[in-house]
Design a protein around this ligand. Structure first.
Ligand code: VAH
Length: 318
């Protein structure tokens, strides 16, 4: 049985559904700090309210549901964390150590995502290596580096089977991300359908790694099902599908919506975060150690995003 925290978030809302398809609805206990009405995550299988900063309740739920795997997704993303650094430290680190402690006590396999945000301005920016300097200048990055080290510690010290990936910006049409820096790459598709135009808060020419959600879900499942003996790394693997900048997303959208226009109103806070991150990362370790692969490039993702969003958004409008 799998306990998922942050199950109503951008990753969680799709990962829970995929895991229930794979392993059965009752096999996945979805948890989040609040309950959402008529959400497939809440209605398609076990759901519990859980504030991940509540260590007692976390262990209680893991025990009562007899879980053997914990997938810890609850966290504040980069822009929110930069606005509320102390809250981010308490939630991101407090939640993580509580989840790791539950995994240790119950001998669970453990997954939590890191991010390209775990790199900083002194990290090599192009084809960032799996092993390199990590001096992030954001609270989110500090949380991610500390989280990677803490998960490796729980593996070496307590034998907890911890595994993680450094996700790039994730693009999806089900649940929008909240408070991320890469969210422009999601918002642009919504606005392309609704307004035919988008004003980007990230400047032209700002390259960041991105990945379509179906590839992200495959990466989590492939890593968790991989033979642990083959893993030379654990927390966390560089994974990416593409390195793109706003103009390239606009050009891909124009292949479907020729009149789409992109303008800029740069947000200095999120631009500074984006500028501190790599332009592109090297995912060769993930490919070699557990067969990481992606199916969606920019054009394939754009076609699917626009098709799915048309269905989702225009249904509401008309
Ligand atoms: C963020 N979407 O923007 C997240 C992610 C690499 C970006 O960590 O904070």
């Amino acid at each position: 049985k799998i306990l998922v925290t942050g199950a109503l978030g951008q990753i969680g809302s799709e990962l829970v559904m995929r895991l229930r398809e794979l392993y059965g609805a009752e096999a996945v206990v979805a948890t989040d700090i609040r309950k959402a009405d008529n959400s497939p995550v809440v209605e398609s299988g076990p759901f519990e309210i859980l504030d991940v900063t509540d260590a007692k309740r976390m262990l209680e739920l893991a025990k009562s549901h007899q879980v053997d795997t914990i997938m810890h997704l609850a966290a504040l993303l980069s822009a929110t964390a930069e606005a509320k650094p102390l809250l981010a430290w308490n939630l991101n680190m407090g939640g993580l150590v509580n989840a790791l402690e539950a995994a240790r006590e119950l001998s669970c396999q453990f997954f939590t995502p890191s991010s390209i945000g775990a790199f900083g301005p002194s990290t090599p920016k192009v084809q960032t290596p799996q092993e390199t300097i990590q001096r992030p200048t954001t609270m989110y990055g500090v949380n991610k580096v500390a989280g990677e080290l803490l998960c490796d510690y729980y593996y070496h010290k307590f034998g907890v089977d911890t595994r993680g990936v450094r996700f790039p910006g994730l693009i999806s049409y089900v649940t929008p991300p909240g408070g991320g820096t890469t969210d422009y790459a999601v918002d642009i598709y919504y606005q392309a359908i609704l307004e035919g135009s988008y004003t980007s808060y990230i400047a032209k020419g700002t390259y960041m790694d991105m990945m379509y959600m179906p590839d992200a879900l495959n990466a989590i499942i492939d890593l968790m099902e991989a033979d642990g003996a083959r893993l030379k790394h654990r927390n966390a693997f560089n994974v990416t599908a593409m390195s793109i900048e706003p103009e390239q997303v606009a050009a891909a959208i124009r292949k479907h919506l020729p009149d789409f226009t992109l303008s800029y109103q740069v947000d200095p806070v999120r631009q500074a975060i984006a500028d501190s991150w790599p332009d592109s990362i090297d995912a060769s370790a993930a490919r070699e150690e557990w067969g990481f692969a992606t199916k969606y490039d920019l054009d394939k993702m754009t076609e699917d995003m626009l098709t799915k969003l048309r269905g989702k958004l225009l249904q509401k409008v008309c």
